[in-house]
Design a protein around this ligand. Sequence first.
Ligand code: HEC
Length: 71
Amino acid sequence: MLKHDCGSCHGLPPKGGLGPSLMPDALAGKSDQLLLDAIQKGRAGTAMPPWRTFLNEDESRWLIARLRQGW
Ligand code: HEC
């Protein structure tokens, strides 16, 4: 999912494309809560869609942990 769904906008590896970089250095200053909100609810007015129908909170936290570890 990270590769196909997220990668289509964030890049592969996710160094940024239509969406911003999701590489560890880019996420370093951002809290899990901020990233979780973006994934669950999307960002209104941008291309970032809400994923809560596909990913519950635990799954989203798991993805964030993977992103923080690097590609
Ligand atoms: C259709 C394009 C698109 C897809 C698909 C997409 N994103 Fe995004 N994403 C964006 C855009 C655009 C932003 C920037 C929104 C903004 O300006 O605040 C963003 C922002 C984010 C942010 C916040 C980053 C930050 O620095 O604040 C996270 C986290 C994120 N996306 C994760 C994901 C994950 C995980 C997936 C896959 C489940 C995903 N995105 C799929 C377009 C997309």
